[in-house]
Ligand binder design. Structure first.
Ligand code: KIV
Length: 272
């Protein structure tokens, strides 16, 4: 069994800011369980996001809204046990921070205390400013998330590109500045025009990480199940598939079934 390499620089929020200053792009992927986090961390990813997309890809819900704080903490603690190098960011789930900064602080504290995570992420701009500030009072680093914010899907009505119109683009730019001033260490921009995302990244001093936001930002994030081709139905233009694990796993399972039915597995070397 290969031994894990331990000579590495642990990624912190300060390292990410240094990477932006040096023009080094930041790589970020989601993970929700021990095994996947271990693979992703050993491969050298900079940031692991325990995203509330777990609601979709792990639990099979249509939206991110149903996942609970307890479930996020369960996923986050599994990821933390596997992670040596990456910075681990955990999504505050829907209903755990909106409209009540005290509840936001309590939720963030629970995530940090019960999972051992390194930071939290929340969606929104001016409307969550107070929550960001209050969480920061406890010394918990906060990542922002603007553009397509899936927790507001029932307000938007669709998952299409956001901020194409000037007014929404201006508001997004203002919110990005506001989150930086409030103390966020980085911001995710989801599914917005590349030119707007590049402008935000140029104007802000904190790292801007994009998903469907073009190449002019400071880093990229994808949902690991999508980029590995474990999911097949979700195919937005921005998604590059680096593997087709759906077919690989399906083929392996079919071979196993065939071998069991044919009494070929286990053979005499595979028994005691
Ligand atoms: O939950 C998630 O996976 C996310 C990414 C899409 C950025 O928030």
């Amino acid at each position: 069994m290969p031994t894990r390499k331990k000579e590495f620089k642990k990624i912190t929020t300060h390292v990410l800011q240094e990477m932006k200053r040096n023009g080094e792009k930041i790589s970020m992927l989601t993970a929700y369980d021990y095994t996947m986090a271990s693979i992703v961390d050993n491969a050298g990813i900079d940031v692991i996001l325990v995203g509330d997309s777990a609601s979709n890809v792990m639990a099979g819900h249509e939206t991110t809204l149903p996942i609970t704080l307890d479930q996020m903490i369960y996923h986050a603690s599994s990821v933390i046990r596997a992670t040596d190098r990456a910075l681990v960011v955990v999504d505050l789930p829907f209903g755990s921070y909106q409209g009540n900064s005290k509840e936001a602080l309590n939720s963030a504290i629970r995530i940090m205390k019960e999972s051992g995570a390194h930071s939290v992420k929340l969606e929104g701009g001016r409307e969550v400013r107070e929550s960001v500030a209050r969480i920061l009072t406890a010394g918990i680093p906060v990542m922002g998330h603007l553009g397509l914010t899936p927790q507001s899907i029932y307000k938007f009505g669709t998952y299409t590109v956001r901020a194409r119109e000037e007014e929404e683009a201006d508001n997004l730019l203002a919110d990005a500045h506001l989150l930086q001033e409030a103390g966020c260490f980085a911001i995710v921009l989801e599914k917005i025009p590349a030119s707007l995302a590049e402008k935000v990244a140029k104007e802000l001093t904190i790292p801007v990480i994009g998903i469907g936001a073009g190449g002019g930002v400071d880093g990229q994030v994808l949902v690991v199940h999508d980029m590995l081709g474990l999911t097949t139905e979700f195919s937005p233009r921005f998604l590059r598939r680096y593997a087709n694990l759906f077919d690989t796993i399906s083929g392996a399972v079919k071979n196993y079934i065939t071998d069991v039915k044919a009494k070929d597995f286990p053979n005499t070397n595979e028994q005691y």
